[in-house]
Design a protein around this ligand. Structure first.
Ligand SMILES: O=P(O)(O)OC[C@H]1O[C@H](O[C@H]2O[C@H](CO)[C@@H](O)[C@H](O)[C@H]2O)[C@H](O)[C@@H](O)[C@@H]1O
Length: 256
């Protein structure tokens, strides 16, 4: 059976002794295995159970911090009512009842329409690609496309977005375009402030999670899920190990 490495276990022990903790988890590729269709993603039952258990423990605030739009995140994650949510890579937030929805200016709304039109045209010309709409932009998905077609679609989208003055984000088989600038570093800061946390556990798998790892500071714990370059201090091998990480914190917190 897989176990956490000793360095990570001891960082979790240190974290578990902090009175107010934020446990902020990326969703796709961290809580949930990556799948072909975005709407079909679900957290592994073991990770979901441990995360919900953490939400019940005193002094712990749970949060999901995702590139997904908030509505999409709610649909796939079915979060506990206490869990705070950051969506659209930090552009959207739900920090409790009464949270204001994202609003775009008229110019931003026009630019979003232009992004959607462009990505839809690119997708129509590249079989297997799809477009996911978000409140501030859209995503070109290429997971179901042949590799060469996917690369051509991404090139075409990049070039068109350049013409619109939009700098896209790249994720795992996705190219994301937004009219708002935001990142998971800003999202984590919002969550840290909202929860008054003295320390943070953050785990993520994708390049966009690196902005989150970059704002962590002692005694925070950052955990990269899977392979690839990272500035996170710790790494676990794959999505099922996220449950080990969360279970370990549940046990430490309960026993402490
Ligand atoms: O920050 P995250 O919660 O990891 O969100 C990043 C993107 O996740 C989704 O796309 C990814 O998961 C899909 C379902 O497993 C997969 O098909 C796709 O290839 C992955 O990139 C989501 O659809 C995007 O909007 C998120 O930005």
């Amino acid at each position: 059976m897989a176990t956490l490495d000793a360095g990570l276990q001891s960082a979790l022990e240190r974290l578990s002794r902090v009175p107010r903790i934020l446990v902020a988890m990326d969703f796709d590729g961290t809580m949930a295995p990556l799948v072909a269709r975005a709407e079909a993603a679900r957290a592994t039952p073991a990770s979901a159970a441990a995360f919900n258990r953490l939400a019940e423990l005193p002094g712990i605030t749970t949060a999901l911090i995702s590139g997904r739009a908030l509505d999409s995140l709610r649909n796939v994650a079915e979060p506990d009512r206490r869990t705070l949510l950051i969506g659209s890579h930090g552009a959207e937030s739900w920090l409790g009842p009464g949270a204001e929805p994202l609003r775009l200016s008229a110019d931003q709304a026009r630019q979003r329409e232009a992004i959607i039109q462009l990505l839809s045209e690119v997708s129509a010309g590249h079989p297997g690609t799809t477009v996911e709409l978000k409140p501030a932009g859209a995503v070109l998905h290429t997971r179901q496309a042949d590799d060469l077609l996917a690369a051509a679609a991404v090139d075409a989208a990049r070039s068109g977005l350049g013409g619109l003055g939009v700098e896209p984000k790249t994720g795992k088989r996705v190219l994301e375009a937004s009219v708002l600038r935001s990142d998971k570093g800003q999202g984590l800061q919002t969550l840290r402030d909202a929860s008054a946390a003295e320390a943070v556990l953050f785990a993520g798998d994708d390049t966009t999670d690196e902005d989150g790892f970059a704002v962590l500071r002692w005694p925070d714990v950052g955990v990269k899920v899977g392979s690839g370059p990272t500035v996170a201090e710790f790494r676990i091998g794959s999505v099922p190990e996220t449950a080990l990480l969360l279970d370990a914190l549940v046990r430490l917190r309960q026993d402490g």
